[in-house]
Design a protein around this ligand. Structure first.
Ligand SMILES: [Zn+2]
Ligand SMILES: [Zn+2]
Length: 103
């Protein structure tokens, strides 16, 4: 018989039920660079897990809670977005580059 074990450390993204208060105000304009849209923020944590055959066995390290995009779980940046089309608008721009709406 030949046995082998496949193990390693993997990262699991956990979506938290509530946004921790210390992450601050979520009223800010949050924008997802991946989706190219304003995003509704969710709090996620990237935990490190010990995995055996790609199955998480136990958690090694608890990650920091961060705000992420509710669609793609990507990082969010604070930015102004067009209220009409959702495109990113530079600070100080009075009109949207995308649709021409007043911001
Ligand atoms: Zn996204
Ligand atoms: Zn626009």
């Amino acid at each position: 018989m030949f046995f082998f074990f496949l193990f390693g450390v993997g990262q699991r993204v956990k979506t938290l039920k509530a946004i921790p208060a210390r992450l601050g105000s979520i009223n800010a304009n949050l924008y997802c660079v991946n989706c190219n849209k304003t995003a509704y923020p969710v709090a996620i944590r990237r935990d490190s897990w010990f995995e055996l055959f790609f199955i998480p066995v136990f958690r090694i390290k608890k990650g920091q809670a961060i705000l992420a995009c509710d669609r793609c779980k990507g990082p969010l940046i604070e930015a102004n977005a067009c209220p009409t089309c959702g495109a990113l608008v530079e600070q100080g721009d009075r009109y949207c580059h995308n649709c021409g709406a007043k911001t």
